[in-house]
Structures are given as C-alpha cells and as structure tokens.
Design a protein around this ligand. Structure first.
Ligand code: SAH
Length: 510
C-alpha cells in the first residue's frame, strides 16, 4: 500500500470530519461516502462498524502487522441482521405484524397445518410414556417458537391435554425467544389476558388451558437445570436462523500469484491474491480462509448489493479454530477449494440440549445420575453432508440476496445435522442420537394421513377441506424441493445403548 493512502487513513481516524474509507481485502481502498444512501438504517450501522474496525486495525497494522482485515464474518453479519436490537429482522418487528404467513415473508409447517403440532404433541406423549411416565419434573421447552402455534397445537389439540397424568406432571412451559414482539404474540395465544410478570430469567405468565406456568427466556442456558427434571425440547426452524461461519480451503500457491474463482452464496468471486509478496508468507500446506462480508463500492449495476463477500487473505482466529472442531472438516482441509459452513451457536445449543437431558462429566458441569427428557430438532439441511453455500435471503416469499436490505430480509442457512449430533454426543455421555430422517418419513410414521383423514371427516366447509387436504400433503411431499424431503427430524434421547428406537425414527409406541 502506498504511503499517501496510509496517511489518509490515519488522518481520517484523527479527524472525524474527514471522508470515511474502507479497506477491501486484497484490492486496495474503497471510499465510503458519509452521504451514501443505505437501504436500511441497519445497513449503515453495519458498514460503519466494519469501517471502524478496519481503521482501528489498519492503524495498528501500520505499526505492528503486515496486513489488516476490516470485513466481518458472515456470522457477525447474520447476527446483526437477525437479532440486533436496532433493526434486526426478528427483534424489530411490532406485535401483530410479523414475518409469518401470506402477508409476511415465509410460512412454516405449524402455520401450514395444525396436524403438524398435534403430531409433535403425540411424539412428546409417546416419548414420555417410553421413559416410564414420570409424574413430576416434566418441562416442555421450545426454542424459537415463532407465533407460538406449534406449542398451542401441542397443548390444545387433544394430545397433552388428554393425558391427565402427563398434564399434571408438567411443571412449566419454557419459550426461548429473542423477539419481544413474537414473545407478545406467543403470550396472547398461549396465555390470553393473563398477566405477564418480569422475573430474573425473563418473563412469566400462566397458560390459558390449565394451571401451567409459561416462562420466556432469551437463551436456553437460562432455563434452570435440575437432576430431577425431564426437559422435552422442541426446535422447529430454529437452527437455520443461527449465524454461520463459512470457510474455504486454499492451496498454498493461491496465496501468491494465481487468482482463482470460487463459488459463494452470492455467486462466483475472484479469490484475493496478495499483491505485496513481502507481507504474507505463502503457507506450506492448504489453509482454511474465512469468507467475509464487506461494504461494496457505491453502485454500479442495478443488481449489485451494498455488501459483498470476499475470502480473507490470511488465516484469522475463526479459520484457525472452528474447522479444527471435527474430523469431518479436517478431512477436507487438504482438498483446496473445499467449502464448509459451521454454526457455532447451533453446536452450542445442541451441547446444551444434550447436557440438560444427560448431564455432563466435564469439570464444573451439571451431572445427572438418571438421564431423562428428549430434544426433537426439525429443520432443513442435508442428511449427512456439510452444508455449502447455503446462506439465503427470503423476502415476501421470494429468494433475494442475503446481503440485501439488512434487517428486512430473513436470513437462514442449511442445518448440519451430523455436526449437531456430534456436538450432542461429545457434550454428554448420557445421550444418544436418532436420525436425521426425512420429515415425510417422520410424519408418516406418526400417522399424519390417518389424523388428517379423521379431521377431514368432521369438516363440511369445502374451502377448509381443501386447505386441510393440501396442507398435510405439502408437509410430506417428497418430489422436487418438497418439504417431506428437504426437512429432516433428529432426536436426542437418554442413552440406552440404542436398544429402543423412538416413534418416527423406526420405533413404535411403547
Ligand atoms: N418455530 C417457529 C418459528 C421459526 S422462525 C415456526 O416454525 O413457526 C425462528 C424463530 O426463532 C423466531 O421465533 C425467532 O424470533 C427465533 N429466534 C431467531 N434467532 C434466535 C435466537 N438467537 N435466540 C432465540 N430465538 C431466536
């Protein structure tokens, strides 16, 4: 980098009125005009944060380091876009005007058909029975409950309510929710006009169906663990909303002169090369490089977005640590061009689910002499492979660039079920994992067709009939991108040597 540019940056840091600028990894400087129009207030906040970080690092770099990185990880970008208190997709909605349904951005299985929630209620009852019908300490926990429809269908529609012993052994419903507006929607649906109080871990009200506390927290870690508790945890379309980091293995030669094109969630990009050969020493073996988000120059073609992706030009702490977590990632490192996505928050949630059910032998962790409870994860993602380029943006039921209109676009990524299973098994010796299996198989085994037929018998209204019929079929359809095929179910259960298969995973009702 030439000296004039370095000095301009340092001046810019000293004088807040100076024009702002931004370092684009590997290709010099891009100006960010303070006058620039951003698509959303959050876009500006993110760009400013990146710029600030770039400046800080660049000044530091001037003295101590040979290169600097201003861009942020995809995970940091996703976290801001989805749950920033200032304009995040989930955290800035107002109650009653949410993301779900025809008028929103997407529709989920519980919103498509009540049969979905009913069957998950049946799964809960069947698992409770199989574990010996405990008469106390049962907790029903849902992470990312959306409008609360799934929990409402589980509690209301003749499953949990009909099993009096189970209903009386239920101690509480916990809802783990980041969005204040959705919390309000859930409260109205599940508790009606009952009062809601603030408590140390969040909020508390009472179910409108029976005398059952409903408690909201912002993180599963806030649900108090207990050796005598049986937590039954449900996660539907929650893991896909957690931030991912993406990495690509880069051949040693690519760190120097040979630019190459790589594929990313937003299309092909040219791999950054190091123009100044004195600054970065070429790696002797392939290295993981993180895919980063940075503000694009102000713009050019109608289709270009305000943010772009670029491969970091050197290793960073994420690329040194995260791909070392599993032999599945390590096996790919020596194949340049391999891309992997890792969801650290997802892994941490799977670990916490496992430890709530099975305890942990790790020093300082909660132990559980008799594992009990279960976790059921339903989401989309491949059965066994590591997700690749799966970051997507959805707005008004259409695919859009995940880098467009931050805070107004739903961002999600495929769930790596095998990684979740590994994390759960490593976290607790007291659990085993079943699945993943395709949603079509799971719901089929739970009797979706029979239940839908039963419901249809009681319906006279033609329009309702059609909705019910098309709804349940949509959930199990396996053709093309059908939900029955792309969605998967996976269960974490108390360890039992794999002797008993749960319902929906090849087993029957015990
Ligand atoms: N399970 C629901 C909603 C899925 S949308 C359904 O199937 O209809 C994702 C849900 O997860 C929303 O309720 C959203 O507010 C919540 N969520 C997203 N990120 C979260 C986080 N980091 N912590 C807690 N909740 C989160």
């Amino acid at each position: 980098m030439n000296f004039a540019v370095k000095r301009a940056v340092i001046n810019c840091a000293r004088n807040s009125k100076a024009p702002k600028k931004f370092w684009r990894a590997g290709s010099g400087v891009r100006w960010i005009s303070t006058e620039r129009q951003w698509s959303t207030p959050l876009a500006k906040t993110i760009a400013n944060a990146i710029e600030h970080q770039a400046l800080k690092k660049k000044i530091f770099a001037h003295h101590f380091l040979s290169q600097a990185t201003g861009p942020i990880s995809i995970a940091a970008f996703m976290r801001q876009c989805l749950t920033s208190p200032d304009g995040g997709y989930y955290t800035s909605q107002t109650a009653g005007r949410d993301q779900f349904g025809q008028k929103g951005d997407f529709i989920t299985s519980p919103e498509i058909s009540q049969v979905f929630g009913e069957l998950l209620g049946i799964w809960f009852v069947a698992e409770w029975m199989a574990q010996g019908r405990r008469s106390s300490g049962i907790e029903l926990i849902e992470v990312g409950p959306g409008r609360g429809t799934l929990m409402d269908d589980m509690l209301r529609v003749g499953t949990v309510c009909n099993f009096k012993t189970l209903a009386s052994s239920l101690e509480a419903v916990y809802l783990v929710e980041a969005s204040p507006a959705l919390r309000e929607t859930q409260k109205q649906l599940l508790c009606g006009d009952n009062l809601i109080d603030q408590i140390d871990i969040g909020f508390k009200s009472k179910s409108k169906y029976f005398d059952l506390p409903v408690i909201w927290t912002e993180h599963i870690g806030l649900v108090p663990p207990g050796q005598d508790k049986s937590p039954f945890i449900f996660a539907h379309e929650f893991f896909d909303a957690l931030p991912i980091n993406a990495f690509q293995s880069v051949a040693p030669t690519q760190t120097q002169d040979s630019p190459s094109i790589i594929t990313t969630p937003t299309g092909p990009i040219k791999l950054n090369t190091n123009n100044n050969k004195n600054t970065i020493l070429p790696a002797a073996t392939p290295q993981w490089r993180e895919l980063l988000v940075f503000p694009a120059p102000p713009l050019t073609t109608p289709s270009s977005t305000e943010f772009q992706l670029s491969l970091a030009k050197a290793s960073n702490p994420n690329s040194l640590l995260l791909p070392e977590l599993s032999p599945r990632y390590r096996a790919l490192k020596s194949h340049p061009g391999s891309t992997i996505e890792i969801c650290p928050e997802g892994l941490s949630h799977a670990e916490q689910f496992a430890q709530c059910i099975g305890g942990s032998t790790k020093p300082g962790c909660f132990t559980k002499p008799k594992p009990s409870g279960a976790a059921l994860i339903l989401d989309y993602g491949p059965l066994t492979t590591i997700p690749v380029n799966s970051l997507r943006g959805i707005r008004h039921h259409k695919r859009v660039s995940p880098l467009s209109a931050p805070g107004q676009v739903d961002l999600s990524a495929d769930v790596d079920f095998t990684a979740l299973a590994e994390a759960a098994l490593n976290a607790s010796p007291g659990v085993e994992v079943h699945g993943p299996v395709e949603q079509g198989f799971f719901l089929g085994s739970l009797g979706i067709e029979e239940r839908a037929r039963q419901l249809l018998e009681g319906v006279t209204d033609e329009e309702k009939k059609v909705r019910l019929e098309s709804g349940w079929k949509r959930l199990v359809e396996r053709g093309g991108g059908g939900m029955g095929r792309i969605y998967k179910a996976m269960a974490i259960l108390p360890e039992g040597g794999g002797r008993r298969r749960p319902v929906g995973f090849g087993g029957g009702v015990v």
